[in-house]
Write a protein that binds this ligand. Structure first.
Ligand code: MN
Length: 133
């Protein structure tokens, strides 16, 4: 069965693009537009993967990953940061904050879903459609 993926992102255009691309690849998506709502949704819905923006109102991505990773029921869910990294040390900062991986912005429609899929166990990947790439 294809994964249920929670997207936590305050930018509407990015949220809609990520949601569209993942749905088109066969995934079920859940969305939240700030960190607090994202953590609440994770607790309620137990998604298979979480994609999380870093800069958000109310609760930023660093606080979100801290909350999720200290919860024994949630800490095994992979949390992927989506961010525009610009400095050489940024990746280390993201990874040491507890994220399981990161994707760089802007979202690349050609490769986004495939890259996200790389963070899922094989049993939760959407089946390849005939003729699809
Ligand atoms: Mn943001």
């Amino acid at each position: 069965m294809a994964a249920r993926i929670l997207i936590i992102e305050d930018n509407k255009a990015n949220l809609e693009l990520a949601e569209y691309l993942l749905k088109a690849s066969g995934y079920t998506t859940l969305t939240a537009t700030d960190g607090e709502e994202g953590v609440r949704s994770a607790r309620k819905e137990h998604p298979d993967l979480i994609i999380c923006d870093l800069q958000m109102p109310i609760m930023d991505g660093y606080e979100v990953v801290r909350e999720l990773k200290k919860d024994p029921l949630l800490r095994s869910i992979p949390v992927i940061a989506v961010t525009a990294l610009s400095m050489p040390g940024d990746r280390n900062q993201v990874m040491s904050a507890g994220f399981d991986g990161y994707l760089s912005k802007p979202i690349e429609p050609e490769t986004f879903a495939g890259t996200v899929e790389g963070f899922l166990p094989p049993g939760l990947r959407a089946p390849r459609r005939p003729g699809g790439s």
